[in-house]
Design a protein around this ligand. Structure first.
Ligand code: ADP
Length: 244
């Protein structure tokens, strides 16, 4: 087991946003988290690499055993070294080129030497189909290209798991496909991923495990077929009816 996440609870302003959320992640899993807006999907993802602090919960991550509500800064740093986060709004530095955005996490974050970082960065950009855009600034790139830089930045650090937070929801419809294709390729290569998304076809085609959340709890989970073809719970059925 790569990650075993147990009993995550989180409140905002006294309101439960996550309650008793448990997720197991094996190496190579593509876990897709679905659910209506406000159901806690993003908060859960953010608790995993401490962009939010859970009020309760534990995480076993490889050899680390963590209390998510009381984690030392050195353990937080260790988890962040093993994870990469792909944001809905890309979170690129506007004043840095595509290549600089990708190499920064290597040179500043992981003390990789400059020439090695450049080689890794170019390779990562090649992989997401941006070999002709190394020196472009974010403003000179389409949203789909910016998000592919975001993905290149994630793969460059060779994380154990990549966390994707609605990676295509800020994109115009015609740009979504190029990002999903890159993600599908990573999945096929065995990259471990946890993906919050509303892209149902991606979930059906690529997920090894689908989790449906509503109201801060996991209502139902299973193989894509279990959720999409044989959903058991009314809330899952209603959600799918609305979205498909
Ligand atoms: P989802 O990703 O499923 O749309 P979120 O995790 O973004 O859901 O949000 C779950 C709930 O937590 C929502 O009611 C949202 O308004 C609330 N929430 C999220 N982040 C914050 C925050 N930083 N402060 C207060 N409330 C928040």
């Amino acid at each position: 087991m790569l990650m075993q996440i147990k009993n995550v609870r989180k409140q905002f302003n006294g309101v439960d946003v996550l309650k008793n959320v448990n997720v197991d992640v094996q190496k190579g899993d593509v876990i897709v988290i679905l659910g209506p807006s406000g159901s806690g999907k993003t908060t859960f993802l953010r608790c995993l690499n401490f962009l939010e602090q859970a009020d309760e919960g534990t995480m076993q991550f490889d050899t680390l055993h963590l209390d998510l509500s009381h984690t030392s800064s050195s353990d937080i740093a260790k988890v962040r070294k093993k994870t990469a986060f792909v944001f809905q709004n890309y979170n690129l530095f506007a004043n840095k080129t595509a290549l600089e955005n990708v190499t920064l996490g290597l040179t500043a974050g992981r003390h990789v030497g400059k020439s090695e970082a450049l080689a890794i960065g170019r390779q990562a950009l090649d992989k997401v189909g941006l070999s002709d855009r190394y020196d472009y600034y974010p403003a000179q790139l389409s949203g789909g290209q910016q998000q592919r830089v975001g993905i290149a930045r994630a793969i460059a650090v060779k994380p154990d798991v990549i966390l994707f937070d609605e990676p295509t929801s800020a994109l115009d419809p015609e740009l979504i496909g190029e990002v999903l294709r890159v993600m599908k390729k990573l999945a096929e290569e065995g990259t471990t991923m946890i993906v919050v998304t509303h892209e149902m076809k991606f979930a059906q085609d690529v997920a090894t495990h689908v989790i449906f959340m509503d109201g801060g709890v996991i209502v139902e989970e299973g193989a894509a077929e279990d959720i999409f073809v044989h959903p058991k719970h009314d809330r899952t059925k209603m959600f799918l009816k609305r979205i498909l």
